[in-house]
Write a protein that binds this ligand. Structure first.
Ligand code: ZN
Length: 177
């Protein structure tokens, strides 16, 4: 789907120090990311820049390709929780269904309902390279599914219920990933 950004939202589609997240139609968002083979100082710097970008944008999740890096790293940070950094995340189990609104820091201002699994089990490595696994339900599960999709070049607009797709100014408290 080609997204035509309305004039009044175009100011959100710049990339600068205040808005470091990559926006559509940057092709990096459509690439499949590579597994991280070793957690190095460079990995840590990327993670720090992701955490910074997420704070600046007041987002609830972010994936490395949104910083222009084709590495399998995501951050999951639903409001009020400590950001969870996952390296090489793999969703190993999915249960149930939930429908909820999503947005994306790479498609600012656009929102719509997406069907996701209600709960997931995810296996990954933490930012020190230690294996971790989590069971998540509800919003955290939704964020993980949205971010893991980013690592495969998939965006929420590929899965959205078209009838619910709409533009809204993100200064309101919509949650974005
Ligand atoms: Zn996103």
């Amino acid at each position: 789907m080609d997204i035509v950004v309305p004039d009044e939202f175009k100011y959100l589609y710049v990339t600068n120090a205040d808005r470091p997240v990559v926006k559509i139609p940057d092709p990096v968002l459509r690439k499949v990311c590579n597994e991280v083979t070793a957690v190095t100082k460079k990995t840590d710097e990327l993670i720090k820049s992701m955490l910074h970008a997420l704070r600046l944008a007041n987002g609830i999740g972010l994936a490395a390709p949104q910083m222009g890096s084709l590495e399998r790293i995501i951050i999951v940070a639903p409001a009020g929780t400590k950001p969870l950094v996952l390296v090489n995340p793999v969703i190993t189990e999915k249960h149930g269904e939930q429908i909820g609104q999503e947005g994306c820091l790479s498609i600012p201002g656009l929102y719509g309902d997406v069907l996701r699994a209600e709960s997931v089990e995810v296996q990954a490595f933490d930012r020190k390279g230690k294996p971790v696994s989590y069971e998540m339900a509800g919003l955290p599960a939704r964020v993980v599914q949205h971010e893991v999709d980013h690592l495969d070049g998939v965006l929420f607009i590929d899965k959205v219920d078209m009838a619910t797709l709409h533009w809204s100014h993100p200064e309101t408290d919509d949650e974005v990933e």
